[in-house]
Design a binder for this molecule. Sequence first.
Ligand code: HEC
Length: 180
Amino acid sequence: MDSFEFNKIAGSVLGTLLFVMGLGVISDGLFSHPHMEKAGYALPGASEGHGAGAAEAAVHVEPLPALLAKADPKKGEAGAKVCTTCHTLEKGAAPKPTGPNLAGVVGRAMGSTDFGYSDGLKGHGGAWTYESLNAFLTNPKAFIAGTKMAYGGERDPAKRADIIAFLRSITENAPPLPAP
Ligand code: HEC
């Protein structure tokens, strides 16, 4: 190829590079990434093995067993104040019209007390384990489609673990905590 043609090609390559760089600068400005420092992936099974610790520290997601091991039921009782708008917590207490009684809920079959549950909860099947409580209380509607529980969820994993520890404290013969 002659040098004129080479210049043309080099010029268009350079032009493309500049264009792409320009786009990057502009889009960085347009779309700031406020969540990037926290975002990441909570890898399944990240609690096993050694290198996982660093990955968890980096994304600030501790596995549920570790959170439950250091959870404080007293703090959870305070955190569960919001639940008492709709739920009774004392053993043997009648449910409110707004929610089932929660005494003994850990390990209990889902939707199994004398309450007018939603079809979604009744049809779910299974028991309330620490894991399913954690998922439900993170985002009730995401865990059980069509749930009647009009509560947005507790997004702070540590506060949620405190609440679950409190639910455990009002459950006789609660299942053992998952081993960290
Ligand atoms: C606005 C009212 C409301 C609030 C606040 C609320 N709940 Fe509920 N909850 C309900 C209702 C209604 C149901 C039944 C849901 C259904 O049938 O889909 C329910 C169901 C449940 C269940 C399943 C019980 C079972 O017998 O299967 C658990 C566990 C639960 N709630 C825990 C909590 C906790 C813990 C809190 C506080 C952090 C809370 N809820 C806050 C209304 C509420």
